[in-house]
Ligand binder design. Structure first.
Ligand code: 5AD
Ligand code: SF4
Length: 471
């Protein structure tokens, strides 16, 4: 009885991790993973709605894949993830051959949903082969959050040296440009014991580095699956008293991981500046395993725009946090997300972002052109920054970031750094690793270095990577 699944992922690392979980779950149900869509019985696209571009790509891809169904009517096509939650039945209008639409909170239901499709098709008398034929439309998007207590035992982490572990789902923030609270639902944190258990299993399987994932990891612990958490007044009290039974927040989770696992390196993403406090910076400084690296999206350097985005901080407050972080972790490397062309962004607002970038001197910056997302607060405002202006601002920030990183990378020349080698480089005999500050380094070695932490002296600088020699 053939059961093969092909899964393609769009969007963030959380989505990548979700896809790994889906594959683990389906494998436990007897599915095999297909390497090509043509050889699959079930094709799933795990989609993203964060910007219009991501949606256009997924729609295009599913359009292409629908062609396969013309030749193979038993094929099951599914759109899962953020787009599913956002567009629901509307997806069938655009893509009539799609069978299944399931949101991020319904991920653990996928085996049942697929079985339901199979049954529906069979019972309609179109039962041919294992899967039956035709369309059997199912939309599953109603859960408010993912039922973490139903997390499947079977799991699958991409083989390698680095792994991702989701520590919380959803987002309780209300940034006016962002669709995520709508697609991912309310925040819910995994129990610390479970996270530590998963990390210890990863360590035993040879993984050296884990990135903790969540839409806003800094509010970890606010709400656990049984409804407890530090969100209420009692919770805050128990945190402050620092008693052994106190509820766990994110800085405490980092300490627990540092003490109770042998993982070499820990990273985490994403941090919302509003919830990133001195307590976090202290924990970062104390925990040996936690890398000197932080992704702290600022989005804009203009207070007017920050207010319109409902970010909950000013540029000055953000810079103060960076100052505090640098006092605790002097060598910290920083990355950010920035949106250009938010409704009403003037040249002056944009210049404030330029100034902030010059002041912080990020190691990496992801620049996005604003695109209105239906249903968000900002979408009700006129998207009034012309496309060419967005493009010019985008280019200007990219150029500025290039200048900054170029200088920063050159400062590494002659210095010795420790890298964790993630695998072979593109050229034979070369290996690729990262510093604790997340800078990519290429090193030559006739002997395999995968999975090893090695000391390297930086010899020269490429466009975005460092080249080092083993010491
Ligand atoms: N338009 C452009 N960029 C956006 N982002 C989120 N929503 C939008 C939008 N509507 C960016 C933010 C966020 C990153 C993941 O995507 O910078 O941090
Ligand atoms: Fe895209 Fe955001 Fe959903 Fe991740 S959470 S897949 S970035 S919309």
């Amino acid at each position: 009885m053939s059961k093969t699944v092909f899964l393609q992922t769009y969007g963030c690392q959380m989505n990548e991790r979700d896809s790994e979980e889906v594959l683990g779950m389906l494998r436990a149900q007897g599915y095999e993973i297909a390497q090509r869509p043509e050889s699959a019985d079930v094709i799933l696209l795990n989609t993203c709605s964060v910007r219009e571009h991501a949606e256009t790509r997924a729609y295009g891809k599913m359009g292409e894949l629908s062609e396969i169904k013309k030749e193979k009517p038993s094929l099951v096509l599914g759109i899962i993830g953020c787009m599913a939650k956002l567009h629901q039945e509307a997806i069938f209008k655009r893509l009539p051959s799609v069978d299944l639409v399931a949101g991020p909170a319904e991920l653990y239901d996928l085996p049942y949903l697929l079985a339901e499709i199979q049954e529906k098709r069979q019972s309609r008398g179109k039962g041919q082969g294992v899967w039956g034929e035709g369309n059997a439309k199912i939309v599953a998007v109603d859960r408010a959050f993912r039922p973490l207590e139903h997390k499947p035992q079977a799991d699958y982490h991409k083989p390698g040296v680095i792994a991702f572990v989701t520590i919380m789902e959803g987002c309780d923030k209300a940034c006016t440009y962002c669709i995520v609270p709508k697609t991912r639902g309310q925040e819910i944190s995994r129990w610390p014991e479970e996270i530590i258990g998963e990390m210890n299993r990863l360590v035993n399987a040879g993984y050296q580095e884990v990135t903790l994932l969540g839409q806003n990891v800094n509010s970890y612990g606010k709400r656990f699956p049984d409804g407890s958490g530090y969100q209420g007044p009692l919770g805050r009290l128990r945190l402050l008293e620092n008693d052994p039974d106190a509820l766990v927040d994110f800085p405490q989770l980092l300490r627990l991981i540092d003490r109770r696992t042998n993982i070499k390196r820990v990273r985490f993403t994403t941090s919302h500046p509003f919830d990133a406090h001195e307590r976090l910076f202290q924990a970062m400084a104390e925990c040996k395993s936690v890398c000197e690296s932080l992704h702290l999206p600022v989005q804009s350097g203009s207070n007017r725009i920050l207010r319109a985005m409902r970010r909950g901080y000013t540029a000055e407050a953000y810079l103060k946090k960076i100052e505090s972080l640098r006092a605790y972790v002097p060598k910290v490397s920083l990355s950010t997300d920035i949106i250009v062309g938010f409704p009403g962004e003037t040249q002056e607002d944009f210049q404030a972002t330029v100034r902030l970038m010059r002041e912080v001197r990020y190691d990496n910056a992801y620049i996005f052109k604003y695109s209105p997302r239906p249903g968000t607060d900002a979408a009700s405002r006129e998207d009034d920054v012309p496309r060419e202006v967005k493009e010019a601002r985008n280019q200007a920030l990219l150029t500025l970031q290039e200048e900054i990183i170029h200088k920063k990378l050159h400062a590494f020349e002659g210095r010795q750094v420790e890298i964790l080698v993630e695998g072979a480089g593109k050229i034979a005999g070369q290996w690729f690793g990262r510093t604790r500050g997340n800078h990519g380094v290429i090193v030559e070695s006739p002997k395999p270095l995968g999975g090893r932490c090695v000391a390297v002296r930086i010899a020269r600088v490429g466009t975005h990577t460092l080249f080092g020699d083993l010491t």
